[in-house]
Each structure stands twice: as structure tokens, then as C-alpha cells.
Design a protein around this ligand. Structure first.
Ligand code: ZN
Ligand code: ZN
Length: 260
């Protein structure tokens, strides 16, 4: 069964295609479930690189219409990819109740260090900051608001040597996933970004195999996410590669994450 729960739309302003464009491509590629998880806004439109808060209601309404008009052909879920911050818990709750979203994806593009300073995951300067990232993920898992962690190993976009802090960060995330029976995403968009020369060798920014070799030693559930930013990426070579690599690693891949 082909499914994808990590789909963006042009509403986030750095992806191409409408909800309908992705849905049509999903049908063409034989998917039976498409979950939309565009970058979630906050009321104050912090961070940027995502939909405006005023676009949230139209996004949800569009998805609700597609759910009905295509119900005989494909299951459509409405979700958002969003950062976890402890101060926003009532908002996550509201998104899942009043707004009626089907799921939230935990994705720490921005997070608070132990000293409370908010940092961008793409510009970390010390692997000690990976540990705070991992702790923020673990706390997010425990809240019950999220269905899976998007690109849990995204901290490896930074060119810092793989040291004890990296090992500890991996362990915190994987142990928390085991403890909370939480799904980790093996993100195909990392493969689209290609291989780069890093201090610790030539590799993808993410997925980082040091992380996934550790996951492979557990029974933690793994979801392949397309993280498509244009419709043709919904089931492209990167997704096919991701399934192959996950299978070679003997990861515990799941295809369904919602029951209703
Ligand atoms: Zn993301
Ligand atoms: Zn994404």
C-alpha cells in the first residue's frame, strides 16, 4: 500500500502546487492515502517560511472538500508540520479539536536551548545544542499532540564532527520513541538534497546512517515521508530509494498511522 503523510503545498511559500495538484499526482502514482502536512503557522506568524495564519482556515476547508469529493478514490488527511514549544500546548490542542485537523507532525526547525534562546536547526554551532534539540523532541513526543517526528536526524545538516554529544542526542530521541511507542520519519527529502562533503565524510545531510543504524537495533516504528515540495515528488526516485534503504536496514516500516 502506498501512503504519504508528509505533503506540502504552495501555501508555505516555498513549495509548488495546490492541494488538488498533489492529490491528482497521488492518484496517478497509486497512493491510497495522502496526508497533508504543510508548515503550520502560529497566530503571531513567527519564523516565516510557512503559511500565514490567515491561510490556515482556507487550507483546512480545501482539504475537507477534497476528502468528500475524492472519498471513493483516496483517503485524504489534514495535518500540519509544526514545532513543539511548551508554551503553545493549548494551540496544538485547538488545532486538533476546534480546527479539526487529523494529525500534527513534530518538526523542530526552531527550538529553545536549555538557556531559553531559540535557535534555527540549520545554524547550530556546537554539538551540545543537538542534545537540547533531542530533549525538545522527547518532550514533544510525551505531550500526545503529535503522530510522528519529521526528519528526527535533521541536526546533521550542520557540519560538525560526529562526537559523544551526537551519540547522546541520537540515544535520547530513539529511547524516547521506544518509551512512547512513537513513530520516527525516514525523510526522502534528505535524499533529494544530495550527498555533501562533511567533516565526518561524504554523506547526506539527513538521513544520517549513524542514527538509522541505531534505530535498526530497535523495533521503533518508522514512516517513510516524501516531504514533497512539488507534486511530482510525491512518489519519486527519492521515495523509492528511501523505501529500499529502509528495507535494507530492516527498519520497522509502517504505512498506516491513523485508524479512522
Ligand atoms: Zn521539515
Ligand atoms: Zn516538510
Amino acid at each position: 500500500m502506498r501512503t504519504n503523510y508528509h505533503t506540502h503545498t504552495c501555501r508555505c511559500k516555498h513549495a509548488a502546487g495546490t492541494e488538488l495538484d498533489y492529490l491528482k499526482e497521488a492518484l496517478a502514482k497509486g497512493l491510497s492515502i495522502i496526508g497533508f502536512s504543510d508548515h503550520g503557522p502560529y497566530q503571531d506568524n513567527r519564523y516565516g517560511y510557512r503559511m500565514d495564519f490567515s491561510d490556515l482556515q482556507p487550507y483546512i476547508e480545501t482539504l475537507n472538500e477534497l476528502k468528500i469529493s475524492y472519498r471513493d478514490q483516496i483517503v485524504v488527511y489534514s495535518g500540519l508540520e509544526i514545532e513543539y514549544a511548551p508554551s503553545e500546548e493549548s494551540y496544538y490542542s485547538e488545532l486538533l479539536t476546534a480546527y479539526g485537523l487529523d494529525y500534527l507532525v513534530l518538526a523542530q526547525h526552531f527550538y529553545a536551548l536549555d538557556n531559553k534562546k531559540t535557535v534555527n536547526i540549520y545554524s547550530l554551532t556546537d554539538t551540545l545544542q543537538y542534545i537540547d534539540y533531542a530533549k525538545s523532541i522527547a518532550r514533544g513526543m510525551e505531550t500526545g499532540y503529535f503522530k510522528f517526528v519529521a526528519h528526527p536526524d535533521i541536526m546533521f545538516v550542520n557540519d560538525l564532527p560526529f562526537d559523544k554529544n551526537c551519540e547522546k542526542a541520537c540515544d535520547i530521541i530513539i529511547s524516547a520513541a521506544e518509551k512512547n511507542d512513537f513513530i520516527l520519519e525516514f525523510n526522502a527529502n534528505g535524499f533529494r538534497r544530495g550527498i555533501h562533503e562533511f567533516t565526518d565524510g561524504k554523506r547526506f545531510q539527513y538521513p544520517h546512517m549513524n542514527f538509522w543504524n541505531l534505530v535498526a537495533q530497535t523495533s521503533v516504528k518508522v514512516l517513510i515521508g516524501s516531504d514533497c515540495h512539488s507534486p511530482e515528488q510525491i512518489w519519486d526516485q527519492a521515495v523509492i530509494d528511501a523505501y529500499k534503504i529502509a528495507s535494507d536496514l530492516k527498519l520497522n516500516v509502517v504505512e498506516k498511522i491513523l485508524n479512522n
